[in-house]
Write a protein that binds this ligand. Structure first.
Ligand SMILES: [Zn+2]
Ligand SMILES: [Zn+2]
Length: 352
């Protein structure tokens, strides 16, 4: 994850005014339209300000090193959302394009240009990993930007020239017949792959395409408190495409069940069996939880089915940790020693 504070050249304790000031200065300095401007730095500075300039996002970033953006699409780094709740509006555009690809050729006049393929993978997590977060490294064999030419497709020392086939527009007009009628349709130029330029001498590694199929390690940070079936979206983690932006990587989470603990929202649930005498007299005992040992006070006279709440020992979340709910189960003794039986009979006489 990028260090947004470093990018803006400020400390973690900077206030809103200082953040704004640093942003303005750097944005001005690196603006790509200026001589000596740096488009990449400009983008970074903007990305940093989008997070640190927003109170909620800054808080999330400080706490988790990432931002949970339900808006999707434009958020820097990680987007995080529940897949079953459907895509956000930004993503819907992608789906529509895929649906209409057959009719309109899937290219031209869109609010975005060429976009690489999305990839989805499945990741299995233990119950503990889902509760406390985890990191996974996965090797993805996919189309990546060519590292030799930086995705430009041009050999070292060579340059690009205007594509003759499309006269530099990157698109070619094409008539299409469909059941609705005849469409005039803009199609990607085959010669330059939509770039409008072709390399004089193509890069030897990627044959001028700017992309190569290779293994790339993706580091997936799974935030604390994820649920089974949830989806994490890693913007730009999908396949690269020549002259366009990379697709996204979707990570579907599968959480294994736990033998003792269950989860209900931010709370953890467990059953605790206690002997009959403990229920009557009460006790103070240590129990193992997912992240350590805690001391629990069993109040005297506790009933089977009563629930003891231990605050702050549940699932971590933005609003702090949930609670641990201990469901008491009183064990009725099945086999008694002679002495125990005698004592029980005495108790019975007493009316217990
Ligand atoms: Zn190359
Ligand atoms: Zn062309």
């Amino acid at each position: 994850m990028k260090d947004y504070y470093k990018i803006l050249g400020i400390t973690k304790s900077a206030n809103k005014e200082e953040i704004k000031k640093a942003y303005r200065k750097l944005a001005h300095e690196h603006h790509p339209d200026k001589t000596g401007g740096d488009g990449q730095r400009f983008k970074e500075v903007n990305e940093a300000y989008q997070v640190l300039g927003n109170d909620r996002k800054r808080k999330e970033y400080d706490m988790y090193g990432q931002v949970f953006d339900e808006g999707g699409g434009n958020a820097p780094g990680w987007d995080f959302g529940n897949f079953s709740q459907g895509f956000s509006s930004g993503d819907m555009g992608v789906n529509f394009d895929e649906i209409f690809e057959g009719v309109f050729g899937g290219f031209g006049g869109r609010h975005y240009g060429r976009r690489g393929r999305d990839i989805s993978i499945d990741v299995e997590l233990s119950f503990e990993e889902a509760i406390f977060g985890a990191e996974r490294r996965v090797l993805l064999n996919k189309l990546n930007k060519c590292s030799r030419c930086g995705g430009e497709g041009v050999d070292e020392g060579s340059k690009k020239t205007r594509c003759g086939a499309c006269h530099g527009s990157g698109t070619i007009k094409e008539m299409r017949r469909s059941f609705i009628g005849v469409f005039s349709n803009l199609k990607e130029c085959d010669s330059c792959h939509g770039r409008g330029e072709i390399p004089e001498k193509p890069c030897k590694e990627c044959a001028g395409l700017g992309i190569v199929k290779s293994d790339e390690e993706a580091v997936i940070r799974i935030p604390a408190g994820v649920n089974n079936g949830e989806m994490i979206k890693m913007s730009g983690g999908g396949e690269a495409i020549a002259g366009g932006v990379s697709g996204d990587l979707y990570i579907k989470l599968h959480v294994r069940a736990h033998a003792i603990f269950k989860r209900e929202g931010r709370n953890l649930l467990m059953d605790l069996e206690i002997p009959f005498s403990e229920a009557v007299l009460g006790n103070e005992k240590n129990i193992n939880i997912l992240d350590g040992v805690i001391k629990v006070i069993i109040p005297n006279g506790v009933d089977s089915g009563e629930v003891l709440r231990v605050r702050g020992k549940g699932v971590p979340s933005e609003r702090g940790r949930g609670d641990l709910l201990i469901n008491i189960k009183v064990k009725t003794p099945k086999r008694l020693s002679r002495r125990a039986k005698k004592l029980m009979e005495e108790l019975k006489e007493e009316g217990f």
